[in-house]
Write a protein that binds this ligand. Sequence first.
Ligand SMILES: [Zn+2]
Length: 348
Amino acid sequence: MRERGTARVRIAPELRFLLPRRHRGGDVSVILDGTSSVLHVVESLGVPRTEIGTLLVGGAPVSDAYRPQRADEVRVLPVMRPQALAEPRFLLDVHLGALARRMRLVGLDSAYGNRADDDELVAAAGQQRRMLLTRDRGLLKRRALTGGAYVRGDSADDQLADVIERFAPDLAPWTRCLMCNGILEEVPLDRVAHLLQPGTVRSYATFARCRDCGRPYWRGAHADRLNAVVQRAVDGNRADRNGSGCRVSPTGTGWRSGGTGSPSTGWRYDMTTTPDAPLNDDDMETVGHSVTGPDADTVDADADGTDSTDSDGTDGTDSDGTDGTDSDGTDGTDSDATDGTDSDATDS
Ligand SMILES: [Zn+2]
């Protein structure tokens, strides 16, 4: 490596958690090789491109391709929040199943499969024009990735709050199937009666089905936990929009006000023993067994009722994602780079 002097890289406080511990002060002296772009230099320190908002050199914005010069001072600013989305569509990495179900609960279009590999995720995000959400920094450095975001927070509740704060998306609580991301539509009782237990049929008056997987839902008093998740999301969105009006769709607000054609307290699911189970990965097996199976004629794969294995996994990440394996995309060198790749960076 030809040495071309050093540059200083100053990372904004919001991004320093992405740096290896020894760089968490946010001020790193980097030895230049004369060829690397500023984007590569910053990524090699641990900050994926998806988290970088603006790069400044000497106080002026530069492009990703800028090559740092001797004695440059590079400032790295985070993506501005809320971040504009061309389409509010998301694809979640395999480890974010609990977040996926929370996002569906508040009406966000959230594809998720628990078996996709990294190549399939990157390809599917591009083909389906979805924002890839992950906690894998290496995945976010893939050149073929069209849009992605690092999800902050260890708990699914914190992760949901982070997604809502970052994108401030319109919400429509109680409009999507938690299990498959399909849209719920209200249906007359006779369309779902055969899927329900007699007590449910007698006790409730309004029913819905998932258009995609056929699961029945009914309007009812709800587990506090689900309501709490929705309420926090709506409140968070209102705060993120700076009090300028919470953009919750009319059908979404119905869960509180009882608007026409919308659930007044949220749809309930057929889980007699674990009413709020679908929010957790661990509970998915239970859910798969206890939910009354969808119609044999709508989802033939589930006709025999053994749908527990794919109850959460079939909707998108691996259905069409294998044919486009990013021939140009795998920059391979830093698939998991938190602290191993910055051999050229020295502590300041
Ligand atoms: Zn469904």
